[in-house]
Write a protein that binds this ligand. Structure first.
Ligand code: 5RP
Length: 227
């Protein structure tokens, strides 16, 4: 019986197959944040001579990449990335996700938006029917904390400030519990429109293209196209 860490390792290893498909001296990989992304970064070290480098979605991932000797590029110097690899807190069959458990949701959404394909790596426990059991993280401008909290209560949520946490961008995180998100794209658009919300941790307007979900029986691959 594989424990959760071994399952995360399996998912991270599976993403390395995608790296080997696209690797080349000019190729830059987008890299996410979290414990599963950390394992992916460790595996990426084997490719460092065959890649130009990586763009990180957090200071934490940038440090880990650099510690492996992988060049960390500024997104402003990068026009194209074939893949972005990251974990998720929840993912559904449509490959819509809740992300931001590590508080890196804004940079994750930005880096992912520049990549051709989002490859989500997770253990199968992250697969849910309905998003929302995991509290939805929002990155919020500090002065808007209470206004955004009231707006989220009006949308049926129970917001809570993540204590003692400041994002890489100097903002706060509101974790919104009690949601059951039937239409992810519509809900994401509504939350995005609340003044003071920098980023909503719902990735539905642009979800993952591929999910590599580790199970006791091996990798289960889901694709947005269903193929
Ligand atoms: C960080 C994230 C992570 O991808 C998410 O929290 C999953 O983390 P882990 O791989 O540790 O379970 O969105 O902001």
């Amino acid at each position: 019986m594989l424990n959760q860490n071994a399952l995360k390792q399996q998912a991270a290893d599976a993403a390395l197959d995608y790296v080997s498909e696209v690797a080349g001296p000019d190729v830059i990989i987008g890299v996410g944040t979290g414990s599963t992304a950390d394992l992916f970064i460790d595996g990426l070290a084997a490719f460092k001579g065959r890649l130009r480098g990586a763009v990180a979605s957090s200071e934490r991932s940038a440090q880990r990449l650099a510690a492996h000797g992988i060049a960390v590029l500024d997104l402003n110097d990068v026009e194209h990335m074939p893949i972005y690899v990251d974990g998720a807190d929840e993912i559904n069959a449509a490959l819509h996700m809740i992300k931001g458990g590590g508080g890196a949701l804004t940079r994750e959404k930005i880096v992912a938006s520049v990549a051709d394909r989002f490859i989500c790596i997770a253990d199968e426990s992250k697969l849910v029917q309905t998003l929302g059991a995991f509290p939805l993280p929002l990155e919020v401008i500090p002065m808007a904390t209470q206004a955004v909290a009231r707006a989220m209560i009006a949308l049926g949520g129970q917001p809570k400030v993540r204590e003692g946490f400041v994002t890489d961008n100097g903002n706060i995180i509101l974790d919104v519990a009690g949601l059951s998100i039937a239409d992810g794209a519509d809900f994401e658009a509504r939350v995005n429109h609340i003044p003071g919300v920098v980023t909503c941790g719902l990735f539905a307007l642009a979800g993952a293209d591929v999910a590599l979900l580790a199970t006791q029986q091996g990798i289960r691959k889901l694709t947005a196209s269903g193929s």
